[in-house]
Design a binder for this molecule. Sequence first.
Ligand code: SF4
Length: 68
Amino acid sequence: MEKCTFCIQRTRKGLYPACVEICPTGSRKFGNLLDKDSEIRYVLENKRVFKFKEDLNTQPNFFYFYGV
Ligand code: SF4
């Protein structure tokens, strides 16, 4: 993730990041955490979710979730 820009050139236009848009399995999600009706909020509230190296307390807004 070091060089990921979250496709700012796309998301500023209201588009999804390229990797989210082309992912054939829909395993990547992207959205507004402040929107309580968004898909990303649903995932965070209903799936098993974790962050890498959470103990470092850097508070990344990048999450990993299990499909079940
Ligand atoms: S395609 Fe995905 S991984 Fe690459 S910069 Fe865009 S959001 Fe980041």
